[in-house]
Design a protein around this ligand. Structure first.
Ligand SMILES: *Cc1c(COP(=O)(O)O)cnc(C)c1O
Length: 368
């Protein structure tokens, strides 16, 4: 029996261009039969996971036959404590990706639109399209968000604006004052999803004010993740903070058990492991300096980044990417972000960064 996929699937679903994740180490091992692969492709924490979080996860595994706490009572209490926000303001997500989708599902529908920047995190466009709403892509300025342009592009039916700060894959940062001015300007009928996946890496002077802004702006939704600095990408854990009425709507459309019990337990422990977070920051800071110096030595242009990654321009990005794979280094092509000449590298441990830089030098000599 044949199926007519066009008849079965709405056109807005057929138009989705799937997210291209970083290449897994196991896949490259299978393809090339090589070992000692360095993966610097998905902005993961090169230190791994907090030992406290790992212990908590192991302990939680013993209760795997039980459903998780669907309301995440203890985790919300820990987040509430850590960030000074009420538990009713919190929505837990299966990674912060889940929260981006919950925002789209709760506040968008066909006939509504959402705005996001050119070169911004790819999931925004996907989440908007999946619910049949219209995406408005706003031209970037110096690789970052152009909030003036964004404001001018809003339409009557725009209900959500997605902003990544710092942005991935460009690493650009909007200043607090700029963001605050934008929030003040927006009508309350437009929600701002402020995606702060890399907030923990910001120098203290640039750290976000977003949790305090929640009291002032009921149309603000802040999302955070445990995938990056907290080192829990594989467990899928994130949260959103918003006005309790907004959080309530997002909680209505999530799966009752969207965050598993192991992730909840690990996240609680991770929140209390300040030493691991400090070390993650320090390793990122020195690795960032190492990679910047290395790229400068090679005469390679890059976009200064506030995240745990850096995008650099090599011209023949696809060729260099392939060459790096053969040399056992996985980075991330970002042609899908309208950056066909750039590659993105995640900051690794010192020896990983060294391996990346020498492989890059070799790849450039061979490709050009
Ligand atoms: C990595 C990342 C996320 C979070 O991913 P999850 O693992 O789903 O929490 C969200 N936004 C941006 C901009 C990211 O780079």
């Amino acid at each position: 029996m044949n199926i007519d996929i066009c008849e079965i699937t709405p056109s807005h679903i057929r138009a989705i261009f799937p997210y291209a994740p970083g290449k897994p180490i196991s896949e490259l091992e299978r393809e090339l039969g090589i070992r000692d692969i360095v993966k610097l492709a998905s902005n993961e924490n090169p230190l791994g996971t907090s030992p406290k979080a790992l212990d908590a996860a192991r302990q939680a595994l013993l209760d795997a036959s039980r459903y998780p706490d669907g309301n995440g009572f203890e985790l919300k209490a820990a987040i509430s404590d850590r960030y000074g926000i009420p538990a009713e303001s919190i929505v837990l997500g299966n990674g912060s990706n889940d929260l981006l989708e919950l925002a789209a599902r709760a506040f968008l529908e066909p006939g509504r639109s959402a705005a996001f920047s050119q070169h911004a995190f790819a999931v925004y466009a996907l989440a908007v399209q999946a619910v049949g709403a219209r995406g408005i892509e706003v031209q970037a300025k110096d690789w970052g968000h152009d909030l003036d342009a964004m404001f001018s592009k809003l339409e009557d039916d725009t209900r959500v604006v997605f902003i990544a700060n710092p942005n991935n894959p460009t690493g650009t940062l909007l200043q607090k004052a700029e963001l605050a001015a934008f929030l003040k300007l927006l009508p309350s009928s437009v929600l701002v999803v402020l995606d702060e996946a890399y907030d923990e890496y910001l120098p203290s002077g640039s750290a976000s004010n977003s949790m305090a802004w929640l009291r002032e702006f009921p149309n603000l939704i802040v999302t955070r993740t445990f995938s990056k600095a907290y080192g829990l990408a594989g467990l899928r854990m994130g949260f959103a903070a918003a006005h309790p009425d907004i959080a309530d709507m997002m909680n209505r459309v999530r799966q009752p058990f969207n965050v598993n019990s192991i992730a909840q337990a690990a996240a609680i422990a991770a929140l209390s492991d300040a030493a691991f977070l400090d070390k993650s920051r320090a390793v990122n800071l020195s690795g960032m300096a190492q990679i910047r110096e290395g790229l400068e030595r090679l005469g390679i242009d890059y976009i200064p980044s506030f995240g745990n990654f850096l995008s650099f321009r090599v011209g023949h990005a696809q060729g260099i990417f392939q060459k790096l794979l053969k040399l056992g280094v996985i980075v991330r092509p970002i042609a899908g972000y309208a950056m066909p000449e750039h590659l993105r590298v995640s900051i690794g441990l010192e020896h990983e960064n060294d391996k990346f830089l020498s492989a890059l030098q070799q790849a450039i000599e061979e490709v050009t």
